[in-house]
Ligand binder design. Sequence first.
Ligand SMILES: *Cc1c(COP(=O)(O)O)cnc(C)c1O
Length: 362
Amino acid sequence: MDRVYNFAAGPAVLPLEVLLRAQRDFPAYRSAGMSVLEMSHRSKAFEEIIAEAEKLFRELLGVPDDYHVLFVHGGATMQFSMVPMNLMRRSRKADYVVTGHFAAKATEEARKFGTVAVVASSRDRNFSYVPALSPSTFTPDADYVHITSNNTIYGTRFTAFPETGDVPLAADMSSNILSEPLDVSRFGLIYAGAQKNIGPSGLCVVVLRKDLAGFAPAETPVMLDYRTYADNASLYNTPATFSIYVAKLVFEWLKEKGGVAAIEKVNREKAAILYDCIDGSSLFRGAADREFRSLMNVTFVLPNEELTAEFLSGASAAGLVNLKGHRAVGGVRASIYNAMPVKGVVALADFMRRFEAAHGKR
Ligand SMILES: *Cc1c(COP(=O)(O)O)cnc(C)c1O
């Protein structure tokens, strides 16, 4: 089996153990005698799968009992609509912090539903940092404040979450959920598209404080109302059954690895290997301010396009693939989610050093 090291931003690498487990059970899941793909979402076997997925997710992240955990369709982007549709419940005002591409998209979508204030942004320096936020930054009667905890394209992260008082904090955690411990009780809502740290694309995990469910206006389409998912244990219609099954396998894998605190240590180690390499280099330059560097998406640039192209093709030939940076930043982006083995990161750092030795001094 020839597997490359896949540094894609998403859909992204999955643990090999998970793929092999899914392969083993693919034609016949346990005693069910059929594939999970063929199974009714109302079957006992699938009900166990979704219940176990929720239980493991709650355990891994320490989700308190007064929060729903929902398995929702439509990826993270559908949440850009669902969040305002459901949480704009009094003043219909919301505050958005624009720290990147997805944060900007979420903001534009929310404008369709109410009064949106961009209370802080890092657009002035191409989203290379996360702006400082103090309680006075926020609109006192806003229905919620929205942030993006990790900026997948730019490689920055919130190192501390803002104090928003009684205003619920909503966070898009698509690209760093389950990568480090989290105090869920600080949030009104958390959502994460699955294809970075959870499993297959199309699925989104939503964590919603229970008192915030049920405010969507009566004309809200049924599939866009959190209450539909909350009242039906995410089984109102046929959910993304196979994606939820793979997510369950990923959660089991993460638990076997020691859980979120243990994986955070590994994530810090992996990120340090690459950032040390960048900081010790005269060829590579980090794209994000040091203080806000992401543990999941490491972005850096080379002096010109020719060297960048040569770097990417050389890396690819060495089995290190999908390293091309997003066009908004250029250069290189190494996405090193939970499932990226330390070995893959070491191989990339070795390749970077060899590349610099060959091209550095010109
Ligand atoms: C990938 C990503 C999205 C978009 O996810 P989809 O599932 O494609 O809708 C949104 N926000 C962040 C932070 C992301 O990394």
